[in-house]
Structure formats: structure tokens, C-alpha cells
Design a protein around this ligand. Structure first.
Ligand code: TRP
Length: 365
């Protein structure tokens, strides 16, 4: 069994059974050395959500020698912008502050091809759910380029040609090897994604980093294979674990299922209801047992959100961990802490999002 590759499907969520094995399968290196090295890194990096990379040493060098580099990443506009998406954008903002040029795209063609959404729907989602939230999270318009796949970036002609020319640099066998049996529209999306990833090189950014979730590993391999055959530089990547959905550590936040995610536009009441009703608890079935055995912070979703997103203070987080594991802190109390943290973040965020509406034009010209 060990020789069988972990299956990763970028379009359909599959639980990752063994991260170490899939890192080996896809030639991904361990990121922990940089977790410690990167200064003032966002919580997603500090607390170990980002676990793998390809060629991050090049980015590390650019950061320490103040050399030019770019970030290219994209999101498929398929629904609400939730905490899972936020963990990518926080990384993008961090690199922007370190001086990187940011290329950010809305994968609207991919959404139309693989999610059956219309042009109007994808545009509306990209602006209202994505861009406004990006701006509110702190993305700056300086050193920033945004584009829709359907319209292309600045050099749109070359970008459009790139995905077509890339098709001559692969074979059905290779595609099958990387993606399994995929449909024509998925192959088209994959080739467009290769063009996205290589695009900054056409604007003379030779060193690029694409921070993506674990489900995008296939695209990383595909783009590096094609890059080498088209005389592009090899794009660098970081890979993060997908933020767990409310229902449990092995699930994923999904835009299409409101009971799996918390969206950045959810109201206080919605947050409270979702955490109370859906957030998987690592606590014991009854008070007596909980006091005796304590709760499990590894599987408790409220704790995981505090750890990975909302409690940056290590001391405070450790205290919560100790209290929960010793049984002193009860599930209801832990949930309440999480609800308050999330709501205080969202209150400020939503005010910023309102203000961002005035700035929107400057980001999409
Ligand atoms: N496939 C990505 C998603 O599902 C979107 C995407 C398109 C992307 N082009 C990209 C991601 C380039 C990173 C880099 O969300």
C-alpha cells in the first residue's frame, strides 16, 4: 500500500490521511526551519499551519538580502469569504509588508468551468466577498496587481497565450499521473493556473512565491514541470494545512456549506450559533468525566481556531490549553472565549470592510 500516492484532488475535498507521506510523494520540504526564522510572521505561519514548501530558501534569501520577489496567488470566487481564505490572505499581506510585489487573481474562469457559476455571479463574489475583505484585512494598493482570469493581467495577451502554449509542454500521461482522470474543463483550469503562476515572470519578477493550501499541490507540481520546459524559472511554493471546518479536525471549511465555516460577513448572532451548535468539542460527554479526564485540545475546534487564528498571545493560549486539558475549563466556557474573540475581531473587520468600499476602485483599475 505504501507505494500508492496519496490522492489529492484540487476540486473535491479529500481528507489528508498522512501529511508526511504526501510530502514525500510530491517532493515537498519541511517548513519548520522557517517557522522559527521568519520575523513577525502571521499566526498561520507561527503556529504551524504552513508545513511544507518548495524552494523557499530562494524567498528567504530575497527577504534577508532585500532582493525583489513577487507573490502570486489566487482564489476561486465560489461563495462566502471565510476563515480558511483569510489564512492565505494574511500570509500575502505579510509578504507585501516585507516588500514583495503582489499579484492576486480571481479564478473566475475556473469557477465558471468547474462550479457552473455565471460571469455575473463570479464577478459579484470576487468584489463583495473577496476584494472588500482583502482590503479590510490590510492589503495595500501599493505594489499590488489584481486581475480576473477572464480579463487577464496587465500583459493580458501574453498571459492568454501562455496557457495555450503550456498545453504543448505536457502529455496525457503526465496529466493523468498528476491529476488522475480529469475532465477537459479541469485540464483547461489547470493550464490557466500554470499561466497564472508563471505570469509574474513576464513582468520581470523572476523569483515568485505562491502560498497555497494542501489541495493545490498537484498544480504546484504541474506548473514546475511546465516551467522547466518553457525556460521559466521554477516557481516557489508554501503549502498550508487546510483550516478545519466547524464539524471537526478532519473536515474543511467550505464556502458552499454555511455550517462548516464562519464567513467574514457573519453577524454576532450567527457566530454564536455556529460555535455553540456546530463547533466540534473535544470535551467529555458529561461534567463529571470532563473534570476527571479533561478535554482534548487537538480535536477541539474552538481551541484550534484560537490557536491558529485568534489568540496570538502564547501565554494566554497555554493557560487555556492547560485549563481545558486538566478539566478545569469546561466546553461551554471555552466556546464562550472563542465566540468573544471572533466577534471582537469581526466587529472591527466589518467596520473596515464598509470603509473599504470607497477604496475599491483603486484596487481594480
Ligand atoms: N485553483 C485555485 C482555487 O481553487 C485558484 C487559483 C487559480 C490559483 N489560479 C491560481 C491559486 C494560481 C494559486 C495560484 O482556489
Amino acid at each position: 500500500m505504501d507505494t500508492i500516492k496519496e490522492i489529492i484532488d484540487p476540486w473535491e475535498f479529500k481528507e489528508v490521511k498522512n501529511y508526511e507521506k504526501s510530502m514525500k510523494d510530491f517532493g515537498i520540504s519541511d517548513f519548520s526551519k522557517y517557522t522559527k526564522k521568519l520575523k513577525n510572521a502571521p499566526i498561520e505561519i507561527r503556529r504551524g499551519l504552513v508545513i511544507g514548501h518548495k524552494d523557499f530558501n530562494k524567498i528567504d534569501e530575497c527577504i534577508s538580502k532585500k532582493k525583489k520577489f513577487a507573490i502570486l496567488t489566487g482564489l476561486m470566487p465560489s461563495g462566502k469569504f471565510h476563515f480558511g481564505h483569510m489564512s492565505v490572505i494574511n500570509q500575502v499581506i505579510y509578504y507585501q509588508k516585507l516588500g514583495a510585489k503582489i499579484f492576486l487573481l480571481s479564478a473566475d474562469i475556473e469557477a465558471q468551468l468547474t462550479r457552473n457559476l455565471s460571469t455575473e455571479e463570479t464577478k459579484k463574489i470576487a468584489i463583495e466577498e473577496y476584494l472588500l475583505n482583502f482590503i479590510a484585512l490590510g492589503l495595500s494598493k501599493k505594489n499590488f496587481e489584481f486581475y480576473f482570469q477572464s480579463e487577464g493581467p496587465k500583459r493580458s495577451k501574453e498571459y492568454n497565450n501562455l496557457s495555450k502554449l503550456a498545453s504543448a509542454k505536457t502529455t496525457f500521461n503526465e496529466v493523468k499521473n498528476i491529476y488522475g482522470d480529469i475532465s477537459p474543463e479541469k485540464l483547461t483550469s489547470a493550464l490557466i493556473q500554470v499561466a497564472d503562476i508563471l505570469y509574474p515572470q513576464l513582468e520581470n519578477y523572476k523569483i515568485t512565491l505562491t502560498p497555497v493550501g494542501w489541495d493545490q499541490i498537484n498544480h504546484a507540481s504541474f506548473s514546475r514541470d511546465i516551467a522547466s520546459r518553457m525556460n521559466f524559472f521554477l516557481p516557489c511554493f508554501t503549502f498550508h494545512k487546510l483550516l478545519p471546518g466547524l464539524q471537526g479536525i478532519k473536515t474543511k471549511m467550505s464556502s458552499s456549506d454555511p455550517s462548516s465555516h464562519i464567513a467574514l460577513t457573519d453577524s454576532e448572532k450567527e457566530v454564536e450559533n455556529k460555535i455553540k451548535k456546530y463547533a466540534f468539542s473535544g470535551g467529555q460527554p458529561n461534567l463529571k468525566e470532563h473534570k476527571e479526564k479533561g478535554g482534548n485540545t487537538e480535536t477541539d475546534i474552538s481551541f484550534q481556531y484560537l490557536k491558529l487564528l485568534f489568540e496570538p498571545d502564547d501565554k494566554k493560549l497555554n493557560k487555556i490549553k492547560e485549563d481545558y486539558e486538566s478539566g478545569k475549563l469546561l466546553t461551554g466556557e471555552l466556546k464562550q472565549i472563542t465566540i468573544e474573540k471572533i466577534n471582537s475581531f469581526l466587529k472591527q473587520h466589518q467596520e473596515k470592510r464598509e470603509k473599504a468600499k470607497k477604496e475599491l476602485d483603486k484596487f481594480i483599475q
